[in-house]
Design a protein around this ligand. Structure first.
Ligand SMILES: Nc1ncnc2c1ncn2[C@@H]1O[C@H](COP(=O)(O)OP(=O)(O)OP(=O)(O)O)[C@@H](O)[C@H]1O
Length: 351
């Protein structure tokens, strides 16, 4: 696959730009949408920004893009607030919504308007239409686009200025399996160029094959961050045998710990299946099953964020030990004063 080439920026370190969220809080009246949130996003990596509906992902991204003023804290790209970036198009590209295209305007014309505003040539538009796989649709009116095509057009718009940072809100929404696979490869290529990529999703499973790092929030607060490998935990092996005690003893001699798991299986604290098989053979214990133990990411995500979907209103419950100062109680959304985006007229921003 070909992809946009990276130009050298005049700001920060060439090629790489960090995102830094520090003690970020956003309150709408007495409702705390984002609550003292801190995390970093590294260049050359794809970071999944995860949380259930209403967790505060979009509000955080909008603060990062200067569309919403933080109540306190900072959200910086390459060490600066968005409004202080000299040439924002070349530093950060974003696709926050896949629906806000003028329905009567073609995809190509939509991109040409953005390109003209940023002083970019029309050739860049055609390049991006090609890269995002929608050149044929370019002359169609955006109102006739499928959700998947709108996602690709949004991505093309975000990449017009060849930014070093890419911020995408739920980019896999509306994509079919082939589209999701394409997106994965495309983002991987861009990360390989050194771009800093932040992708929000409300499903860990949806992005588990795409992202390197994760930041998980619930009720506007950080509940977990780290690499995908850390989230998966230390590798372990499941083994089934006729004589667990004998195998546990033999493994202990080999300095490998094992403990009984569910349904008579043994959980062995190593990912080295060959070692487990060899030890079992030497101990004369038949092996009936030998496999990696995979972390159930869906269960883990649910455990971390259980009952915190604030969009559901009454009935949702807070995380244990994560009560929200400032009256961020379940169901508070219904009473939260709504601020309207002065630019777009849409709810969800206040600047
Ligand atoms: N302008 C606003 N005025 C009042 N409340 C708001 C405003 N914008 C967002 N909220 C509330 O803040 C909470 C966080 O919303 P946000 O859109 O950031 O969540 P999200 O994690 O992106 O959710 P989703 O996955 O559903 O998009 C929600 O309860 C939402 O209703």
């Amino acid at each position: 696959m070909t992809a946009a080439t990276t130009t050298t920026s005049t700001q920060g370190t060439p090629g790489g730009a960090h995102i830094e969220i520090r003690d970020l809080t956003k309150s709408f009246g007495s409702f705390t949408a984002v609550d003292n949130l801190s995390f970093e996003v590294q260049p050359g990596r794809i970071t999944g920004f995860l949380g259930p509906n209403g967790a505060g992902k979009t509000t955080t991204l909008r603060m990062l893009l200067g569309l919403v003023h933080p109540t306190s804290g900072t959200a910086r790209i390459d060490g600066r607030d968005y409004r202080d970036l000299d040439r924002p198009l070349s530093v950060v590209g974003s696709a926050l919504e896949a629906t806000n295209f003028h329905p009567g305007r073609s995809g190509r014309d939509h991109l040409r308007v953005i390109a003209a505003a940023g002083g970019l040539p029309d050739s860049r538009v055609d390049e991006l239409l090609e890269l995002t796989g929608i050149p044929a649709a370019a002359r169609k009116r955006a109102g006739e686009y499928s959700m998947g095509m709108r996602q690709r057009l949004g991505l093309a718009a975000a990449l017009l200025g060849d930014p070093r940072v890419l911020i995408l809100d739920e980019p896999a929404n509306g994509l079919d399996p082939e589209g999701i696979r394409w997106l994965r490869g495309f983002l991987r290529h861009l990360a390989g160029e050194g771009k800093t990529i932040l992708v929000s999703s409300h499903l860990l499973q949806e992005v588990e094959q795409t992202v390197d790092d994760v930041v998980i929030i619930a009720n506007g607060r950080l509940v977990r961050s780290g690499t995908m490998a850390e989230l998966h935990g230390a590798p372990t092996t499941i083994v089934r045998t006729s004589d667990n005690d004998r195998l546990v003893g033999a493994l202990r001699v080999a300095d490998v710990m094992a403990a009984p798991g569910a349904d008579g299986e043994l959980v062995v604290e190593t990912g080295d299946k060959r070692l487990v098989g060899d030890v079992a053979l030497q101990a004369g214990v038949p092996v009936w099953e030998l496999r990696d133990r995979r972390t159930d990411l869906e269960a883990l995500f649910f455990q971390l964020t259980e009952g915190t979907n604030r969009n559901l209103g009454d009935g949702a419950t807070s995380l244990p030990g994560a009560t929200q100062p400032g009256a961020t109680q379940p169901g508070a959304t219904a009473d939260a004063p709504t601020e309207t985006d002065a630019i777009s007229g849409r709810e969800g921003a206040n600047e």
